[in-house]
Design a protein around this ligand. Structure first.
Ligand SMILES: Nc1ncnc2c1ncn2[C@@H]1O[C@H](COP(=O)(O)OP(=O)(O)OP(=O)(O)O)[C@@H](O)[C@H]1O
Length: 569
């Protein structure tokens, strides 16, 4: 489905609108019945037969209205839900192709806001607003025409009152444009701060900055309160002023139609009805004003949806990447997360095929960034990265990731069973293959001790498991995926000794298979036996070689090694 097609209204929507309009017109027809009742009364021809006929007609119309309304309403809801489902599925698919660099915290709040509340708003336009507007327009036209058949000038006054909606809406649309967009942006910021608050609730509590002490959330809420007030305060006077002007049509009609009534050109019953209908018409005009103003406001949501849909996706060929070897080369690679703050500067190195390369360096020197670039989570600003001699700059990230398994410090687990969490690595894997991978990853034992074994739910983001258990599940995923390149961010520092040993054993098992491995090591003793060690500093590779070669250089690595030895002793 093409991006703008998903926003298109469907058949159910049109049936829903048609039903609402029909139901509205039927409700308007009650005025015609009322008119005939008054005519019969006035003529002294109202008898039991007529009462029965009229009440029967009213009951019939009422029943028909209920049927049409229920059918139309249900269809409109189904139609709207279908459209919002298509939008959300499309966006889900689209988001996975948007470059990761776009997912800053503020932007993430924007995305969440768009996928949830903006799509809900758009659904509301389809299910309620358009139908209500069409119904009120149709009913207004019907009543104006009816009044015109009785006395043309009275109908023209009602028409003129309705035409006042044009300047009124012009003004209110300007306000919506000015303050509605700001309200929507502040709402997105609110979502970001709430997402941050809920995700970090443990930390906030630990430092006693939860609830009313949380400055970011409170200030975001205050901003939202302020803009909501400003928005209403700006739009409300326009609506109130317009309401009064439109309402003036009531005395004007009474006054205008008086002369023809007094002259006998209009009978008393018609005069009475002509005097009553402007009240109803002005209520309809006010409803149209409110609905069109909120329609315009809700259309901001449509604009935001289109904005996300139009965000450029990662480019690159979807052709399968089938390199003969899995040697990785960085050739003068430049990279920055934030423009003007380079993380890698002309970094060049080679990771030999089927060998273990370790990356060491100070915290923040760019080690994880190197792994992120190999996995194509980010694009370099300059230089070339190639796998097996093939530059990956123009290859789609999905194709590169087929060659790569990543085990890093932030293990993401879905709120699903352990078995299905591991199966994400290779959806076609059998239960036996999953269990074999878990044995290798040193997690089969603890999984079997759980009440439901492999069918135990991990909880949201794996919060029912310990850090070491989550790490081992992520290693099991890498073993199951069995891809030729393995990227490993060694993270045993925060684990207790038992978990640390289990994770280290799991990593040792993972390294047994012949793969091209790039491993970030935070403790040098782990990488002593690596085939090559790269030392990252100042955005580039400062030293490279084996442990012995680097010690002999007596440079940064030797200094780091000596410092570590002192701590260990
Ligand atoms: N998503 C991001 N947006 C902006 N800056 C980032 C982002 N990720 C990392 N950085 C910055 O880039 C630099 C390198 O980060 P990186 O995570 O690659 O370092 P590292 O060597 O792996 O650190 P550590 O050993 O502490 O994990 C750091 O200054 C970091 O603050």
């Amino acid at each position: 489905m093409r991006e703008h097609d998903v926003l298109k209204k469907n058949k159910n929507f049109y049936i829903g609108v048609g039903g609402t309009v029909l139901e509205g017109l039927l409700s308007g027809s009650l005025f015609l019945l009322l008119y005939s009742v008054m005519q019969f009364l006035w003529a002294g021809q109202f008898d039991l037969n007529r009462v029965l006929m009229l009440t029967g007609a009213i009951a019939g119309i009422f029943l028909l209205r209920i049927l049409i309304y229920s059918y139309g309403y249900t269809k409109a809801q189904i139609g709207g839900a279908e459209v919002s489902q298509n939008i959300r599925l499309f966006m889900g698919d689209h988001l996975k192709r948007i470059p990761l660099s776009r997912f800053t915290q503020g932007q993430t709040g924007d995305y969440i806001n768009t996928i949830t509340s903006d799509v809900n708003n758009y659904e509301k336009i389809l299910t309620h607003k358009i139908g209500d507007l069409a119904k009120n327009f149709a009913l207004s036209i019907m009543l104006i025409v009816f009044v015109m058949t009785i006395y043309v000038p009275a109908g023209l006054i009602l028409l003129a009152a309705d035409l006042l909606l044009i300047p009124g809406l012009w003004l209110s649309f300007r306000m919506v444009k000015k303050y509605g967009k700001e309200k929507n942006d502040i709402c997105a910021e609110n979502v970001s701060s709430i997402v941050e608050y809920v995700s970090g609730i443990q930390t906030f509590r630990a430092y006693g900055v939860g609830g009313l002490k949380n400055k970011t959330v409170i200030s975001a809420m205050r901003d939202f309160c302020r803009i909501s007030f400003v928005y209403e305060a700006k739009v409300l006077p326009v609506g109130a002023g317009l309401g009064i002007l439109i309402w003036l049509s009531c005395p004007l009609v009474i006054w205008t139609a008086y002369a023809p009534w007094a002259a006998g050109a209009i009978d008393t019953v018609s005069y009475l009805l002509v005097c009553m209908l402007p009240l109803f018409c002005s209520k309809l005009a006010n409803a149209i004003f409110v609905d069109l103003t909120s329609y315009k406001n809700l259309m901001i949501s449509k604009g935001k949806i289109l904005g996300v849909m139009d965000e450029p996706e990662e480019s690159g060929s979807m052709e399968a990447l089938r390199p003969a070897t899995h040697e990785i080369i960085f050739d003068h690679v430049d990279f920055a997360y934030v423009p003007g703050e380079p993380v890698l500067k002309q970094a060049s190195f080679t990771v030999p095929d089927q060998k273990l390369t370790a990356i060491v360096g100070d915290s923040g020197s760019g080690k994880s960034t190197i792994l992120n670039l190999i996995a194509k989570y980010y694009e370099p600003a300059g230089g070339v990265i190639s796998i097996g001699g093939k530059p990956i700059n123009h290859v789609a990230a999905e194709r590169v990731l087929e060659q790569v398994s990543m085990v890093d410090q932030d293990v993401f687990l879905f709120d699903d069973t352990i078995r299905d969490n591991i199966r994400h690595a290779r959806p076609g894997a059998s239960d036996a293959e999953i269990e074999a991978a878990c044995r290798e990853a040193n997690c089969d034992g603890f999984i079997r001790r759980l009440e439901k074994g492999y069918d135990t739910p991990t909880g949201e983001n794996g919060n029912l498991l310990s850090g070491g258990e989550r790490q081992r599940l992520s290693i099991a995923r890498a073993i199951l995926k069995d891809s030729p390149i393995l990227l490993l961010d060694e993270a045993t520092a925060s684990l207790d000794i038992e978990n640390e040993l289990a994770v280290k054993q799991a990593i040792a098992n993972l390294l047994k298979a012949k793969k091209t491995v790039v491993m970030i090591a935070h403790t040098l003793s782990i990488v002593k036996n690596a085939d090559q060690i790269l030392v990252v500093a100042d955005g580039t590779i400062k030293e490279s070689g084996t442990h012995e070669e680097l010690l002999a250089m007596n440079g940064k690595y030797a200094a780091m090694w000596n410092a570590e030895q002192k701590i260990t002793v």
